[in-house]
Write a protein that binds this ligand. Structure first.
Ligand SMILES: [Zn+2]
Length: 126
């Protein structure tokens, strides 16, 4: 089911990476939805409003069907979309350098350039 996106994103040079982010997010959410449908243990009480439902879907229900790594990835993807909206996508969140295209191709959700990612993995980023 294609979703019509707003036209203003068309000129974004990072559009291929944003598309990749959307695809990955859809994959993760699809597998979550499948798991949920298979389990079908959650009764719909009809009381929660949609915002509550969305919030609890992220904070609670996802815990049961997605691995830690998948949940982290969804969070990173969410944060990447925030950066897209802020026009800071593709810029390292630590040092402010531009993140290389090859790196964005491999990990379009990354908030850091390769140097800062290494620091973070060593626990050296505050
Ligand atoms: Zn950096």
């Amino acid at each position: 089911m294609p979703v019509k996106t707003k036209a203003k994103a068309a000129a974004n040079p990072y559009q291929p990476f944003i598309d990749a982010l959307k695809k990955k997010q859809t994959e993760l959410l699809d597998s979550y939805q499948r798991d949920k449908a298979a389990g079908n243990a959650q009764p719909d009480d009809g009381i929660q409003d949609l915002a509550d439902k969305a919030a609890s879907a992220y904070s609670k229900e996802l815990n049961f069907s997605l691995s830690d790594g998948e949940r982290n990835l969804l969070m990173l993807i969410d944060e990447a979309f925030v950066r897209v909206n802020n026009d800071t996508y593709g810029t390292c969140g630590n040092c402010g350098n531009t993140i290389g295209e090859k790196r964005l191709q491999a990990v379009p959700w990354t908030p850091f350039c390769i140097d800062c990612q290494e620091l973070q993995e060593k626990g050296l980023l505050s």
